[in-house]
Design a protein around this ligand. Structure first.
Ligand code: BGC
Ligand code: ZN
Length: 368
């Protein structure tokens, strides 16, 4: 089969020949790949800062955001059948029996760090014609989400993040009981890339007054998209973090989706009373900023603030992501469609992975 991957020893990003996978146990499913999303993680792997081939392979097939269609099921597969659309998850458990998370099927909270991730860490990804996966790592997708479900994985980042925020905030009377979880509360999303846009959609569906704080000055296509769904777009070139806070009022929740430390910590500085801040971005390990640690620490204590980092996602977040994509489609059919900025063929891999970053969410479509 054709596949796109990296060969770290040669620092090469290449179109590769990859062996067709076979079912090796009865709980597995063979999936024909339909769509694979390209994200910042893939582009970073192509700069060889991380991304490890499986043991014994000199290449790693890329791709961790995928939608496919079932073409074969093992004898013990219970809920999937040929023709079903599915989204696979990314992380697979470590094998250490002392890892309570992996034992519980919550490898997104793996304790040992010995997990593997498809398309990222020691396991081939989905940027190839077919893949085989155990049923428990696949989430079924209703046919009406055929064109959107490739965005499920990036949306799971928000799903897990919000679940963490709600767990933290169960410490106080945050939302009104019986009402939407964000009703009457203010959320700031930092960044207007795919993670930020999907996060803003999630905020609105949850009932938050939603502000997106990002770099480019409005008007621009991402700002227009966000305004069309009822978020307020604010450029950090025009409005300082202090002005943002004065405009918003108490900032109850921040969903960081930019991966840049400076603006992220500037906004942490204006997080409100009893606020919760969710970090999702992964900056360069050596990035440094001159931050006023005294003010940050005083605020955290005197304002009961909570800061949560979140990575990867559990099966429940995948189910929620599929449900929310359905909700986004009902509310904003045009806007959610336009998050997918382009569909390309596998042969376009080079410009997508190592060329200039363009658009919002670019997708490789195998039937394009
Ligand atoms: C993926 C996560 C993954 C993380 C770190 C992200 O791009 O969405 O599933 O855990 O990268 O490898
Ligand atoms: Zn990704």
């Amino acid at each position: 089969m054709k596949a796109v991957g990296v060969v770290p020893t040669k620092k090469e990003v290449a179109l590769l020949e990859h062996a067709e996978p076979n079912l090796s146990s009865a709980d597995q499913v063979r999936v024909k790949t339909l769509d694979v999303g390209i994200c910042g993680t893939d582009r970073e792997i192509c700069t060889f800062v991380y991304g490890d081939p499986p043991k014994g392979s000199d290449y790693l097939v890329l791709g961790h955001e995928a939608l496919g269609q079932v073409i074969e099921v093992g004898a013990e597969v219970k809920n999937l059948k040929v023709g079903d659309f599915v989204v696979p998850s990314v992380r697979r458990p470590c094998s250490d029996p002392i890892c309570r998370s992996c034992v519980a099927g919550l490898q997104d909270f793996c304790f040992t760090g010995d997990f593997v991730e498809r398309g990222i860490k020691e396991m081939h990804g989905y940027m190839t014609e077919q893949f085989v996966e155990a049923e428990r790592y696949l989430t079924a997708v209703p046919p009406e989400l055929r064109n959107l479900a490739v965005m499920a994985e990036p949306l799971t980042i928000a799903e897990k993040g919000f679940a963490q925020a709600y767990a933290v905030q169960s410490r106080l009377p945050w939302a009104t009981p019986g009402d939407q979880p964000g009703k009457g509360l203010n959320a700031v999303v930092i960044g207007a890339g795919p993670i930020g846009i999907l996060g803003a959609m999630k905020c609105i569906v949850e009932g938050f007054n939603t502000y997106v704080y990002s770099r480019s000055e409005a008007p621009n296509p991402k700002a227009d998209l966000l305004e069309s769904i009822g978020a307020e777009y604010i450029s950090n070139k025009v409005v300082s973090p202090a002005e943002l806070a004065a405009h918003v009022g108490n900032i109850d929740l921040v969903y960081e989706a930019v991966g840049v430390t400076s603006v992220s910590f500037d906004v942490l500085d204006v997080l409100g009373m009893n606020g919760v801040y969710i970090f999702t971005g992964i900056p360069e390990p050596d990035s440094r900023d001159d931050i006023a640690t005294g003010a940050l620490m005083r605020n955290m204590v005197l304002k009961n603030q909570a800061v949560v980092g979140t990575v990867n996602a559990d099966p429940n977040s995948f189910a929620e992501a599929i449900a929310d994509l359905g909700e986004f489609q009902r509310r904003w059919p045009k806007a959610i469609d336009s998050v997918i900025s382009g569909r390309f063929s596998l042969e376009d891999y080079e410009s997508l992975l190592v060329g200039k970053a363009t658009g919002i969410k670019n997708v490789i479509s195998f039937d394009a």
